[in-house]
Write a protein that binds this ligand. Structure first.
Ligand code: NAD
Length: 353
C-alpha cells in the first residue's frame, strides 16, 4: 500500500518519541512491502517560535493532504503563561477541529510484567484490556462562556447526531472485541446526560442488539474503574467526563508513557498521539518512554490504513520487548536496569523482526 503520513513532532519529548514511532512505521513498510512517505511539519511552541502561530497554514495543508497524522506533544514552560493570547495547546485543539475528528480512542491494556508499576494492587489489574471512547468536539468545553466580576458560566450542549455518531463508533469497536459497551453519563442530574442515555439506548436497540449495554453514572464509573477494571471492554462517554476518566484509567497502566490514542471521524484520516504531554522535566535527556508513541503508530496502521496485521505485529513487539525485560525509567522497579528511549525503540524493532 502507498500512504502519506504527516509527522508533527512538536515540543519537549515529542520529537524524541515521534522519531522512534516513525522508525517503527518504516520498519513495517519494509517488512510488509508498503510504501510510506513522511512529511514533517511544525506544531505547538516550536511553530510559534518559527511563525507566531501554533498551527501554521502549511501544517494544516500537509495534514489534510495526508492519509494520517502522527503527533508527538505540544507545550512547555516557555509558553505556559496562562494570560498569553497564543498558546501551543491551541494548535492541537484547532488541528482536531480542522481534521473533524470527533471520537478519541484510548486503549488501556496492562502488561502483566508491569503490574508492579501501577499504584493499584496487582491482582485488581489481571486481565485489564479496555478501550475508552471519548466524544471530542462537543459538550461543555465548546459551549458559550460568560464571566463577570462575581460569576461565570460554561454552557454544555449536545445534539442527537453528535451522540449517535460517537456511540456508533464505540459500538462497532465493541462488536470486534468482547461485545460489551458501557455508556457513562450523569442522567440523574444533567439534561444533556438524559438525552445521551435516551439516544444511546435507542441506537443500541435498533442497530447493535448483539452488544451488551451497561449504563453507569460518572461518579460510580470513577469507582468501578478502580475496583473492577477488568470487567470493562469498551466505554463511551461525553467530552468532559472522558477527559477526566481517561486520565484516571491511565494510572492503571502505571505510566503515561505506555498509553496511545487515536482521534477519528467519518473519513479514514485520523490523528494519532501518545496521551502524555511534552514532559519538559525529562526532555532532551533521551530517557522518555517511546511505547505510547509507537503504540499510537499501531493505531494509525489499524484505523487509518486498515493494516490490522501490521498493527497487531507492532503491539506484539511492544509486549515482547517488555516481556524480555526492557524498561525505561518510568516503568522500572528499583532493581531493574533501565534503557534509553533509543534502546527501548531498538528492542521493539528487534522483536518486530
Ligand atoms: P506530561 O504528560 O508532559 O508529564 C507528566 C509526567 O509524566 C512528567 O513527570 C513526565 O516526565 C512523565 N512522562 C510523560 N510522558 C512520559 C514518557 N513518554 N516517558 C516517561 N515519562 C513521561 O504532563 P504535564 O507535565 O502536565 O505537561 C507538560 C506540558 O505538556 C504542558 O505544557 C502541557 O500543557 C502539555 N500537554 C500536552 C499534551 C498534548 O500535546 N497532547 C497533553 C498533556 C499535556
Amino acid at each position: 500500500m502507498d500512504a502519506v503520513i504527516a509527522v508533527l513532532p512538536g515540543d519537549g519529548i515529542g520529537p524524541e518519541v515521534t522519531h522512534c514511532a516513525r522508525n517503527v512505521l518504516s520498519a513495517i513498510a519494509e517488512k510488509y512491502q508498503h510504501n510510506f512517505s513522511f512529511r514533517e511539519e511544525l506544531i505547538g511552541g516550536v511553530a510559534m517560535e518559527a511563525s507566531g502561530e501554533p498551527l501554521p497554514a502549511a501544517t494544516i495543508d500537509c495534514c489534510k493532504s495526508s492519509d494520517a497524522v502522527l503527533l508527538g506533544a505540544v507545550g512547555g514552560s516557555k509558553w505556559s503563561d496562562p494570560n498569553a493570547k497564543v498558546r501551543p495547546e491551541q494548535g492541537l485543539l484547532k488541528l482536531r477541529s480542522e481534521l473533524e475528528v470527533y471520537a478519541n480512542l484510548r486503549p488501556v491494556k496492562i502488561y502483566d510484567e508491569l503490574a508492579g508499576t501501577s499504584p493499584l494492587k496487582a491482582d485488581v489489574l489481571v486481565g485489564v484490556d479496555m478501550l475508552i471512547v471519548r466524544e471530542l468536539t462537543g459538550g461543555i468545553y465548546f459551549g458559550e462562556k460568560t464571566r463577570d466580576a462575581t460569576s461565570a458560566s460554561d454552557l454544555c450542549t449536545y445534539h442527537t447526531h453528535e451522540i449517535e455518531r460517537v456511540v456508533r463508533v464505540a459500538a462497532k469497536l465493541a462488536g470486534a472485541r468482547r461485545k460489551k459497551l458501557c455508556s457513562i453519563d450523569k442522567a440523574n442530574v444533567l439534561e444533556t446526560s438524559r438525552l445521551w442515555r435516551d439516544v444511546t439506548d435507542r441506537l443500541m436497540q435498533q442497530e447493535f442488539a448483539d452488544i451488551e449495554l451497561e449504563t453507569l453514572l460518572v461518579d460510580a464509573a470513577a469507582m468501578h474503574l478502580l475496583s473492577r477494571p477488568a470487567d470493562f471492554d469498551v466505554l463511551v462517554t461525553e467530552n468532559m467526563f472522558g477527559d477526566i476518566l481517561t486520565d484516571e484509567a491511565s494510572m492503571l497502566a502505571g505510566s503515561l508513557g505506555m498509553l496511545p490514542s487515536a482521534s477519528i471521524g467519518d473519513s479514514t484520516r485520523g490523528l494519532y498521539e501518545p496521551i502524555h504531554g511534552s514532559a519538559p522535566d525529562i526532555a532532551g535527556q533521551g530517557i522518555a518512554n517511546p511505547c505510547a508513541a509507537i503504540a499510537s503508530a499501531a493505531l494509525l496502521l489499524r484505523h487509518s490504513l486498515g493494516l490490522t496485521r501490521e498493527a497487531a505485529a507492532v503491539e506484539a513487539a511492544i509486549g515482547d520487548a517488555i516481556a524480555a525485560g526492557a524498561r525505561t525509567a518510568d516503568i522500572a522497579t528499583p532493581n531493574d536496569t533501565t534503557v534509553s528511549t533509543q534502546q527501548m525503540s531498538e528492542e521493539i524493532m528487534r522483536c518486530l523482526n
